[in-house]
Design a protein around this ligand. Structure first.
Ligand code: HDE
Length: 733
């Protein structure tokens, strides 16, 4: 299927991957059932038998074809990042980046480059929960006119290890333990902490994974990072080091660990569903593309090594320049065909972008093709529709399993005269890729550069940059994870290592684990050293503090100016003040949020004015953890009915405990008053008739106009969470 033209959409001159896929889409509406050979099937209910009660016959080609295909439906899941969700969209650059890169998709603001983006968890298998404490994959395939460019990143800007040779060890350590295959999709077990406690280079990433960054509220509300330092190359051949960033327009937001665990039970597809529904609703997720650029001459200007994937370039040292926008606007038609079969590879590159010698990146350049060969079954995986470039493809590669392309002619070699020398090499000015001629001068050694030996400075920078609630969550995360470790020595060792990051952090974790911080470790700090190494020399360098604090690292400083796409629960029963419900719904919808009625049962409610109110969820089918905020409208009968439901109290308690915005109007206030939260936390026990006192993020509307309450409520939801309430641990939920 040689295609000589770029795939462009009909109305604009933009490349179009979605239309390119059209030729492969199948729609059975109004069609007859057939075999794979196109033969119409008359009976799909019974196998062919020798007599109605007799044995089945080998001749039954339909049964055999159907069953054989079924038996072969599964392919191996990805070794890592097995569970994912993806969407189509486009990327547009804000202004030409020609001074830095000649990559065509970064030149013209009028051009929309099609993309397919897959988000994933790393550790869990395909059926695992979305809400595991884990890194998230953020893999973007740009279908550019110069071929596919894959930016295969994560939502955490650093990695656990510095050299690719340790990747199988890391993954074996974090995956379920091999003797009993437990736990699923979790790092809270002995082998993971055994490994990282012996590999101090992992400490920076461990800090991120123990933070709420590892529990995103939504794929749409997380950052993405290319992690490695890459190179931009301009038309004059000049290079700049570059780090890639994705900044979510809705801000970076997370859930709490308690919520994550509950969401895993109530809707383990929470992130997948959220992405799908946002796109179906027309709330297209958006990220700005950012770059940090460093001149070649400044390669050694930092006190960390740009080639070390366990380091960030703090944004305060090199600002992130926002250069374009990514928009996701279409869900896949078929999960397997698109999301499962998409094959990313950091080596899918275009002119204008190049690699560095980061030893982690270098190893990845081998691994990704290799893994597709086993996962997708052969060398023609680039012909699977979702993987095909929209740019034309011509070469002398031939044959192999499942080959689709029908190459014409006699010639499949180069050089040739019989084919007129075609297909021929392209000069750089014709778009031919040339590698950046980096000067390399060295001995052939298995070694790690000494510039990679500082493992704690940036771990400390991360810790020091967090707000108090974020620090509390990290301490709790360490206590949870290490609390699940069964071998005490591993715990001790890990707490000892934490002391090298920050003394207070180590103290607090030790206290939570009921132990003391060890003064000396029984093994050298760094066990990840070669057999003949000078172990002393290979020990991590002490902490340096070039900048003590990086505000960009804290989610407390993220965008908090809107409530777009937030989900708000309205707790209601028969007799609800339906006028208040519709006023609140309208106000929330106008601000871009989505309100859902949650009632004791499904069906519809009779409002106080006799109007029918459609119920979206029953208290059985949706808990508060699936929402960002809760509104309790008035209507005396409704509130009396809710007061008879333990689940309604639980709903409010839990939303309170998770620091979400809560509003009540009219008799709805009575539900709060009657709840535990009303008596013990936001009310003063001795204040006469148990009045409700204002509390951060709790809006006691009473008789105020619902419009006014809505305005306050919207401001409170935009804050995402009201952490000052968090320490009120007396709330049972
Ligand atoms: Fe990957 N990684 N990785 N990785 N990775 C894979 O490729 C690997 C690393 C990332 O949605 C695999 O197709 C090695 C860093 C994402 O399909 C495999 C090393 C970063 C995805 C592989 C790393 C990533 C993968 C498994 C260390 C962030 C999912 C299935 C040298 C920059 C892509 C597959 C998707 C997937 C190897 C480290 C991101 C085995 C050897 C660092 C987002 O090839």
């Amino acid at each position: 299927m040689a295609r000589d033209k770029h795939k462009r959409d009909t109305n604009h001159n933009n490349l179009n991957k979605v239309d390119d896929l059209e030729q492969f889409r199948e729609d059975s509406a109004g069609q007859h059932l057939t075999t794979n050979q196109g033969l119409r099937i008359n009976d799909d209910q019974n196998t062919l038998k020798a007599g109605a009660r007799g044995p089945s016959l080998l001749e039954d080609f339909h049964f055999r074809e159907k069953m054989t295909h079924f038996d072969h439906e599964r392919i191996p899941e990805r070794i890592v990042h097995a569970r994912g969700a993806a969407a189509h969209g486009y990327f547009q650059v804000y202004e030409s980046l020609a001074p830095y890169t000649k990559a065509k998709f970064l030149q013209d603001p009028a051009v929309k480059t099609p993309v397919f983006v897959r988000f994933s968890t790393v550790v869990g298998s395909r059926g695992a929960t979305d809400l595991a404490r884990d890194v998230r994959g953020f893999a973007v395939k740009f279908y550019t006119e110069e071929g596919n460019y894959d930016l295969v990143g994560n939502n955490i800007p650093v990695f656990f290890i510095q050299d690719a040779v340790k990747f199988p060890d890391l993954v074996h350590a974090i995956k379920p333990e091999p003797h009993h295959e437990m736990p699923q999709g979790a790092s809270a077990h002995d082998t993971f902490w055994d490994f990282v406690s012996l590999m101090p280079e992992s400490m920076h990433m461990v800090m991120w994974v123990m933070s709420d960054r590892a529990l995103p509220r939504s794929f749409r509300m997380m950052e993405g990072f290319g992690v490695h330092t890459f190179r931009f190359i301009n038309a004059q051949g000049q290079a700049h080091f570059v780090k890639f960033h994705w900044k979510p327009v809705l801000g970076v937001h997370s859930v709490l660990w308690d919520e994550a665990q509950k969401i895993s039970g109530q809707d383990s597809d929470f992130h997948r569903r959220d992405l799908w529904q946002a796109i179906e609703n027309g709330d297209y997720p958006e990220w700005e593309f950012g770059v940090q650029m460093v001149e070649e001459k400044d390669e050694h200007a930092f006190d960390f090594d740009l080639l070390d994937a366990t380091k960030i370039i703090p944004e305060e040292l090199v600002p992130v320049r926002r250069i374009g926008k990514l928009t996701l606007n279409r869900n896949p038609d078929n999960f397997f065909a698109e999301t499962e079969q998409v094959a990313f590879h950091p080596g899918h590159i275009v002119p204008g972008i190049d690699f560095t010698t980061d030893p982690l990146l270098q190893g990845r350049l081998f691994s990704y093709t290799d893994t597709q060969l086993i996962r997708l079954g052969g060398p023609n995986f680039h012909e699977i529709p979702i993987n095909r470039p929209v740019a034309p493809l011509h070469n002398h590669q031939r044959d192999g399993y499942m080959r689709q392309m029908i190459n014409r002619g006699q010639v499949s070699y180069e050089p040739n005269s019989l084919g007129g020398g075609c297909p021929m090499q392209a000069k750089a000015e014709m778009g031919g890729f040339t590698s950046y001629a980096e000067r390399i001068d060295g001995h052939k050694v298995r070694a790690r550069s000494e510039s990679f030996f500082d493992h704690f400075s940036q771990a400390a920078l991360f810790w020091n940059s967090q707000s108090d609630p974020e620090k509390d969550h990290m301490v709790q995360a360490f206590c949870f994870e290490l609390g699940k470790v069964e071998v005490p020595d591993i715990r001790t060792r890990m707490v000892g290592i934490l002391a090298h990051v920050d003394g207070t952090l180590a103290q607090r974790v030790a206290q939570g684990l009921g132990m003391t911080v060890p003064t000396k470790l029984d093994k050298p700090l760094n066990m990840g050293v070669p057999a003949d190494a000078d172990v002393e020399r290979m020990q991590p360098k002490p902490v340096k503090q070039p900048i003590g604090h990086s505000p960009a690292l804290s989610m407390a400083n993220t965008v908090k100016d809107n409530i777009k796409t937030r989900q708000v629960a309205i707790l209601a029963a028969d007799g609800v003040d339906d006028a208040a419900v519709s006023t609140m719904k309208q106000a929330l919808a106008a601000a871009g949020a989505r309100a859902k009625i949650v009632a004791p049962r499904l069906g519809s409610l009779k409002g106080a004015t006799g109007a029918e109110v459609h119920i979206d969820f029953s208290l059985l089918t949706a808990g508060s953890v699936l929402f960002d905020a809760v509104y309790v409208p008035g209507g005396e009968r409704s509130v009396e009915l809710l007061k008879g439901e333990g689940k309604a109290f639980h709903f409010v308690h839990e939303a309170y405990k998770h620091c979400k915005a809560i509003a009540a109007t009219g008799a709805g206030v009575e539900l709060l008053r009657a709840s535990h939260l009303g008596r013990k936390t936001i009310a003063e026990p001795n204040a006469g008739e148990n009045p409700l006192l204002p509390d951060e993020g709790v809006i006691i509307g009473g008789d105020a106009r619902v419009d006014d309450v809505a305005a306050e409520f919207i401001k409170a939801i935009a804050q995402h969470r009201h952490w000052s309430r968090e320490m009120k641990d007396t709330v049972p939920a």
